[in-house]
Ligand binder design. Structure first.
Ligand code: GDG
Length: 484
């Protein structure tokens, strides 16, 4: 078995990855066992000279090496803030209304991908398996192919795929599709995402489904499948019970979300407010703790959502609060993970309400952290990828405030037998599909896909055009030959 080579916008700190509890644990373990390399942005923003850099800084962790490159200020502005976070993130989350299709963003996004490909190319070995992560890096596989790389290359998208009509609105959708077609395997979070991408490739760029289920597009054949991202269950199970519960004046409903407009936070606050209005007996007895650490603060839409939440929580606390009870605890800071696990366990309801989400690991973490003898209830938006799997949660429509308010009541009133039944079913699913299974099944599929389908190389558009011309030429010559 060859090495694993990972590429993503940010790299994990391999000395701490084992404490993260998410997919970084499995990736870091696989890197250590097989040996390998993880390339990404260092997080540093430098000057224009950095745009020429293809010599990464290396840190070794035994068998595994982390390689990082800085971005220049204008690369950061156009590749990261611009194209990744102001175009791809909103569009892929169905928010065409806030996408900023500025001229120039895509070009620099592509150039950063080219630079990362050039930096990686000399470090590759013939038997490496290459795994590219997320929307910042869509063209990376295509750029590696253009440099002559024939290794298996897989791509995993952590965010949702929008419906075909929304994808088509991206001015550079064809270029993105050409980038996607360079991979041997594309991993997505859900079956809905797989359906959306196949629809788009068929409608938008004349992709064809082959008999063996693969897709032919841009003169390449690729596989697309769902690999729902998962957690390291044991990192959340068995935390000390009730360490913080004693200090609580009320039954807790917990929300943990990066402060992002996709997470449905205003809808969550409004539903809680409606719940207090509709069911006044719960006033003074229940509180909503919302942990919402800051993220991408340089993007305008994030400043707007922050202001909206501060106003809403202030208004709700002002309306319902008492001298000895504040209904919403809104914490706009990151919380240490150990504490997070305790808080999950000591909360009667996990309230997860994104308007659109690739998966949502918080939903899985909340379930894993519960005391199986006295578990809490998960309320989960139908628009989180996790809802495809976690059917025993109370599934809600985050746009339906009334339904969410009623679900809060149902969750708080649920008897122990039903809570246990639902929790048992959820936990066994989360255990069956943990982060190690996710990592292994993606890599196994990638390696077997590329074994069964040797790569047609190279795949640049000019090569495809050359071959098409050759075929036309052959067709022209053939009838003449028959008449001679
Ligand atoms: C993207 C996709 C997909 C949050 N606040 C704190 C904290 N967290 C941790 C949670 C969880 C993680 O961050 C958030 O993961 P999510 O899955 O909920 O969401 P995104 O960050 O949007 O992630 C998403 C994911 O990629 C993986 O593929 O599921 O759909 O959008 O692990 O626990 N951790 C600590 N303090 C906090 O305050 N320690």
């Amino acid at each position: 078995m060859g090495r694993l080579v990972l590429i993503s916008n940010r790299v994990a700190d391999l000395s701490k990855a084992s404490q993260a509890g998410g997919m970084a644990v499995a990736l870091a373990d696989t890197l250590r066992t097989r040996g390998g390399l993880w390339l990404g942005w260092s997080g540093k923003i430098g000057d224009r000279r950095d745009e020429q850099r293809t010599d990464p800084d290396f840190t070794k962790y035994g068998n595994a090496t982390v390689a990082t490159l800085p971005l220049s200020a204008r690369e950061h502005e156009a590749y990261y803030v611009g194209y990744s976070n102001n175009v791809l993130w909103p569009v892929f989350h169905d928010r065409l209304d806030i996408a900023q299709f500025e001229a120039g963003y895509y070009q620099r996004y592509l150039e950063v991908n080219k630079r990362f490909a050039r930096a990686l190319h000399p470090l590759l070995r013939p038997d490496d398996t290459i795994w590219v992560h997320d929307y910042h890096m869509i063209p990376l596989g295509m750029e590696l192919r253009a440099l002559g790389v024939t290794n298996p290359i897989g791509f995993f998208l952590h965010i949702p795929v929008p419906p075909a009509q929304t994808f088509l609105a991206i001015p550079e959708h064809r270029e993105l599709a050409r980038g996607l077609a360079a991979y041997d395997l594309i991993g997505l979070q859900t079956k809905v995402d797989v359906g959306n991408l196949i629809d788009y490739l068929q409608d938008g760029v004349f992709g064809r489904i082959l008999q063996d289920g693969r897709i032919r597009a841009f003169d390449r054949e690729l596989s697309i499948a769902a690999f729902p991202v998962a957690i390291d269950v044991d990192a959340f199970v068995g935390s000390r019970p009730n360490r913080t519960a004693k200090k609580l004046p009320a039954t807790r409903i917990i929300g943990v979300d990066r402060l992002d407009y996709t997470k449905g936070l205003p809808q969550k606050f409004r539903a809680f407010s409606r719940f207090l209005e509709k069911y006044p007996d719960y006033r003074g007895k229940v509180l909503l703790s919302q942990i919402a650490p800051p993220t991408r603060e340089t993007v305008t839409a994030y400043a707007d959502i922050r202001q909206e939440l501060e106003t809403l929580s202030g208004r709700i606390n002002g309306r319902f609060g008492e001298l000895d009870w504040v209904p919403i605890q809104y914490i706009h800071r990151s919380t240490p993970r150990k504490l997070l696990v305790d808080v999950y366990r000591n909360s009667r309801v996990g309230f997860v309400t994104p308007l659109r989400d690739g998966m949502n690991l918080v939903a899985k973490e909340y379930v894993a952290a519960q005391d199986p003898d006295d578990p809490g209830v998960l309320i989960l938006s139908r628009f989180a990828g996790a809802a495809e799997q976690l059917q025993e949660a109370l599934i809600v429509n985050p746009y339906d405030i009334e339904e969410m308010a009623d679900s809060l009541k149902k969750a708080l009133d649920m008897d122990l037998t039903e809570r246990r039944e639902r929790h048992d079913a959820l936990l066994s699913d989360i255990r069956r599909n943990d982060t190690y299974t996710w990592c292994r099944s993606f890599l196994d599929s990638l390696e077997s896909t590329s074994r069964s389908a040797p790569l047609a190389v190279p795949t640049s558009p000019s090569e495809a055009a050359r071959r098409a011309l050759q075929e036309i030429e052959m067709a022209r010559v053939a009838p003449r030959a028959r008449h001679q």
